[in-house]
Design a protein around this ligand. Structure first.
Ligand SMILES: Cc1cc2nc3c(=O)[nH]c(=O)nc-3n(C[C@H](O)[C@H](O)[C@H](O)COP(=O)(O)O)c2cc1C
Length: 174
């Protein structure tokens, strides 16, 4: 089972379409996966589920459990202000510290409107996951100018499709 996390809570996010693409490819390779949407987090989770309120918000707990129980996780990460979305950091901060990501295997996918493809965002996240003793797959996908390379909710760029397939193959055997 591979857990795919949509790294933003923005409505109608392109990241959701990319997550669904990963889900479909995994399914075509007979690998079970599920998508976790950060938009399903309770809107007040930063006050109702963190720190002294840890464990007190059942909706947050249910989403957190899915990530805690995952052995392999793919994070779909849109570039926001040169890094990854704040809601993703808040979610990570709501996981039990320090062992939540210990020995988990993680693949990272960046996407952006601009020409970085979330390169810095993935670098920032890699630092965090390495600090937390997770294992981050070296093969990271960076989908630059993603909106220009999509049509009707499908990725049109064949090179991107190949990169994604290569990453999934490597992640399955990681
Ligand atoms: C708050 C916010 C900040 C963003 N910052 C950047 C940025 O720094 N660089 C960039 O190339 N695109 C930026 N974008 C555009 C997104 O990276 C781009 O639309 C991405 O492909 C998909 O994001 P989504 O999953 O929220 O739709 C930003 C978008 C939002 C909503």
């Amino acid at each position: 089972m591979i857990t795919i996390v949509v790294g933003t809570n923005r409505n109608d996010a392109t990241s959701e379409i990319i997550a669904q693409h990963y889900y479909n490819i995994l399914q075509s390779k007979q690998v079970d996966s599920e998508i976790v949407y950060l938009k399903d987090l309770p809107q007040d989770f930063v006050v109702s589920a963190l720190y002294e309120n840890e464990g007190k918000n059942p909706v947050f707990n249910a989403i957190r459990e899915k990530v805690l129980n995952a052995e392999k996780i793919i994070f779909i990460v849109p570039e926001y202000n040169g890094s990854f979305p704040g809601v993703l950091k808040a979610f990570i901060d709501g996981m039990p510290y320090p062992n939540a990501f210990m020995d988990k295997k993680i693949a990272l996918v960046g996407l952006s409107a601009g020409i970085q493809g979330g390169a810095l965002a993935l670098s920032h996240l890699s630092d965090i996951f390495s600090y937390l003793n997770a294992h981050v797959l070296g093969y990271k996908v960076k989908l630059i100018q993603i909106e220009k390379n999509m049509q009707n909710e499908q990725i049109t760029n064949k090179f991107y499709l190949q990169l994604i397939d290569n990453q999934i193959e490597k992640f399955i055997s990681f």
